[in-house]
Write a new protein. Structure first.
Length: 569
């Protein structure tokens, strides 16, 4: 009978036979819709958007072979085409992880390389701008699923949204400096996903010549690295790294092989032979390779990330990144890519939360002078430089006061700059030498600042309007894991509408305020004027955010690690 599953399948088979590859197929039976991509035909569905209109969604689309067995730690391999119609109505498994936002997460697998596409129209009159979201989570947790990253807010502005999974922690970022495990498997997953988008997004109504990549935290570190990676060149036109950059210490691996050796020892394997290590790690169950607590050095910061983007040695493979990343920011940045970047008002609230018990952090700050040495100086400077820099920074922030719970706000400021703000600002300065850059400080405060409540330790946010790391996310996505439904007539929704309009304007035009509809003009950031936008209850243009604090940090780096300073350049 018409409309039955067998009837639809028959139609699908006929279309597969008579239409050339990559031709758009748009058959709706009820709420179902089919498109052909480079590997076969997908069936998604049309759904209503509670915030207005409807959209089409295609979930759980494979973009690479499952990285199982001998493919563990390897670069992703091309997907094998399928026959018939593949259902794309459910998310694929998420990459194996320990997820602090969702400890009960069970749908995990090494078979996790899936992409999701949300589009207002599979056959628009004019191809639509495309926004590709790269999730954060410290390179150790997260996914492209809609528990955090649903499309309902952004898609109202007539853009195509793409999300995806990539391998995490050891499975995605183990580096042994060998041909078997050169590192950056998770970043190569991201490149494979971007190549899939470039190749297929026209079939969903998207414009392959207008792609914006955006991400927050580790997602921003990823976006920033794509700006300098030879593998990523030509795959996107605009970029929005939010609260992260290549120049944040956690975004680039420091001594990754040493961490691999230490991990093997913690798991009871004491060889340092690369081949033996590879075979050992290849046979480990996934649960041994997540939620790791590695103490590599005695001065290690409590809020470090253990596995991230490595400087790959050359074994004849396609390398995601190699060389010195500061030099790459100066000389290898993709020109012609518009960039929007910035940070939240109180970045480090989450850093204190994930860095261990507050008492432990305070104890280290009280006991070890080098706690106040910026991590980059700890990594690349002498012990003398560390101590001298630490003394100056401790005096700048605390004067002659002892670090305690009474001045925890001051400690938060220091950690914010160390972990996020200095690196983000430094990256913006590098970007602005060759590219058009829009800089912001995110200051929205409402009941949607859910990450402050989810991660904040005890009294850190009591009586304060905290805008934590990741608090910008709930103004871009529904974040249904944490938030209640928002009233479309509320002041909060006005904030959501304004933020999403800024982001989608940038994706459409390379300018977040292309007209007067938001009542303000956002000027590009330059080294001379340092224009930026304070994004809060109002949009307030300004110059030189947090100038006194950041100028002091610049002077510290100019003296002790000048390659990480923009002074006199």
């Amino acid at each position: 009978m018409p409309g039955s599953a067998s009837h639809i399948a028959a139609i699908s088979i006929i279309i597969i036979i008579i239409l050339p590859r990559c031709t758009l197929v748009n058959i709706s039976v009820g709420t179902m819709v089919q498109v052909r991509v480079s590997d076969g035909v997908l069936e998604g569905e049309q759904v209503q958007n509670e915030f207005g209109g409807s959209f089409y969604r295609f979930r759980g689309i494979p973009y690479a072979q499952p990285p199982l067995g001998d493919l563990r730690f390897k670069a992703p391999q091309p997907i094998k085409p399928w026959q018939g119609v593949r259902q794309a109505k459910q998310f694929g498994p998420v990459c194996y992880q320990f997820n602090p936002t969702n400890p009960g997460l069970s749908n995990m697998s090494e078979d996790c390389l899936y992409v999701n596409v949300y589009t207002p129209d599979v056959k628009p009159q004019t191809p639509l701008p495309v926004m590709v979201w790269i999730h954060g989570g410290g390179y150790v947790w997260g996914s492209g699923n809609d528990d955090l990253y649903g499309p309902e807010f952004l898609i109202r502005h007539n853009v195509v949204l793409v999300t995806f999974n990539y391998r995490l922690e050891v499975l995605g970022f183990l580096c042994l400096d060998t041909a078997d495990v050169p590192g950056n498997a998770g970043m190569k997953d991201q490149v494979a996903a971007l190549r899939w988008v470039k190749r297929n997004i026209a079939n969903f109504g998207g414009n392959p010549d207008n792609i914006t990549i955006f991400g927050e935290s580790a997602g921003a570190g990823s976006v920033s690295h794509h700006l300098i990676s030879p593998m990523s060149k030509g795959l996107f036109n605009r970029a929005i790294p939010q609260s992260g950059a290549t120049t944040c210490f956690w975004a680039t691996a420091f001594e990754p092989k040493e961490k691999a050796i230490l991990l093997a020892k913690q798991l009871g394997f004491h060889s340092e032979d690369e081949k033996e290590l590879y075979e050992f790690f290849k046979k480990q169950p996934c649960e041994n390779l997540v939620n790791l607590k590695l103490q590599v050095t005695t001065s290690q910061k409590s809020y470090e990330i253990h596995f991230s983007i490595a400087n790959e040695k050359d074994f004849g493979q396609e390398r995601f990144f190699y060389g010195d990343y500061v030099d790459a920011m100066k000389n290898n940045l993709q020109e012609g890519v518009d960039i929007m970047t910035g940070y939240t008002k109180d970045e480090c609230t989450i850093s204190i939360s994930i860095g261990g018990p507050l008492e432990d952090i305070l104890a280290k700050a009280q006991r070890y002078r080098e706690f106040f040495a910026p991590k980059l100086i700890q990594n690349y400077g002498t012990i003398t430089d560390q101590l001298e820099a630490a003394r100056k920074l401790q005096k700048f922030y605390f004067k002659n006061e002892r670090v305690s719970k009474d001045n925890i706000d001051t400690l938060m400021k220091y950690i914010s700059v160390d972990m996020f703000v200095h690196g983000v600002m430094l990256a913006a300065k590098f970007y602005s030498r060759k590219n058009k850059v829009y800089f912001y400080k995110f200051n929205c405060y409402s009941e949607r600042n859910v990450f402050t409540d989810a991660f904040c330790v005890g009294h850190l946010n009591e009586g304060r309007e905290v805008v934590s790391h990741a608090d910008d996310l709930a103004y871009l996505f529904p974040v249904k894991l944490f938030t209640q439904k928002v009233d479309k007539t509320s002041d909060t929704f006005k904030l959501i509408d304004r933020v999403t309009k800024l982001w989608t304007n940038f994706a459409k035009y390379g300018n977040p305020t292309p007209d007067d509809s938001l009542g303000v003009k956002w000027l590009p950031y330059t080294l001379a004027a340092q224009d930026y936008m304070d994004i809060g209850d109002k949009l307030i243009p300004g110059n030189s955010p947090d100038q006194e604090e950041l100028d002091f940090w610049e002077s510290i780096f100019q003296q002790y690690l000048p390659k990480f300073s923009m002074l006199n350049k």
